[in-house]
Design a protein around this ligand. Sequence first.
Ligand code: ADP
Length: 459
Amino acid sequence: MRPFKKVLVANRSEIAIRIFRACTELGIQTVAIYADEDRLSLHRYKADEAYLIGKSKSAVDAYLDIEGIVNLALEKDVDAIHPGYGFLAENAELARACKQAGIVFVGPPAEVLEALGDKVKARAIAQRAKVPVIPGTKDAVKTDQDALLFAKKHGFPLIIKAAHGGGGRGMTIVQNREELLDAIARSRSEASKAFGSPKVFIERYLERPKHIEVQVMADAYGNMVHLFERDCSIQRRHQKVIEIAPSRSIKPAVKDRLYRDALSICREVGYVNAGTVEFLVDKNGKHYFIEVNPRIQVEHTITEIITGRDIVQTQLRVAEGYSLDHDTIRIPGQEKVKKSGYAIQLRITAEDPTQNFAPTTGKLTAFRAGEGFGIRLDAGNGFEGAVISPHYDSLLIKLCSWSLDFDLAVTKALRAIREFRIRGVRTNLPFLENVVDHERFRSGDLDTRFIDDHPELMR
Ligand code: ADP
């Protein structure tokens, strides 16, 4: 056991503040880093200490400066670094640099990050754990022949995916043989530029799947539990927009298979700390593994709401060396993880839904949030006068609603959306309102094509 006195969060905005809050509640001192572009950002002021990082680097690169961040942590006597999501989360090099410096990395070991960071390797791990994967190439596509043979055997449509891709990027759907080879060449070159590796593989493209993911928590002693599932089928361009916990669109028997398989994969790879195992589920309830996200996820909030478990605090406790059954965590076994009601998360972004979701930037001239019973808010720069930078992710605030009843959770979400007043930049609030108010959303009949099926929602 090595209780932390001071934790540095190698991230910004919403998730940095979320982690500071967890630390403060645990009596841990907090250290923020901020790029020059972020010198007026809220996260800087929410920590006990804050330091400018990457002075000569770009707004984004400042948060990717492993050496600078680890040196700062050493200088300021930091016990652990929490990477949040995005930026250096899932970065094995940071995990290694931390270890060498005698600092705890709040996340899985470097080897686990390495194995799971490559989707081809992750598929092989799932197969070793006897978990179904989508029919796909066993390895990276090396030659045109590989691609043509796969297409001949499996037919179309297919999806080409970057092995190191993320954030819904690096995927191309191919409808026929004529497009295939060009698409492979393009995907390779795009993957090289975006993810630093040209490695791509091919999978069958499932037409109308549901995206269901299982939250897992594991300690360093082999104890492991799941915290149920989230339905993240409401996506735009393969990126999540609205998440629901628990899922209403799959049967209990399917859920049980997902929990079992999520834990099998985590066991197979020697997983430690919080992680998410993602699956696609087809209309017949058949499930397929797609990937593991070895980090805290944006949508962890809704699992916290239905289980009452603070996932970020648990991450910190596990990283300190406590076992899940310890008094500080209190999860002596799966049966102790309970859930109650339904939670919905809406990602409120600085994007204009009438302009194909082009990012909007500038100063917020008004900011009033929808609040009240059953609402949880996690904001980054959500205040009057905040300046929304073009350099970062467009997420402004996460709005979660909760109720014992799904319909009431929807009603609360709608009420809160309508209470919001954000002026100065356009936001996606009107779009979110249209989606949540849609009868198909209320009915729970969701799949990943929902938004494509309803272009009228973008008004
Ligand atoms: P990323 O790491 O970029 O998030 P994922 O592999 O998790 O990529 O996939 C993101 C989304 O892309 C999925 O939720 C799903 O909507 C879509 N997708 C991925 N693979 C397939 C597939 N084989 N068939 C249909 N849709 C897919």
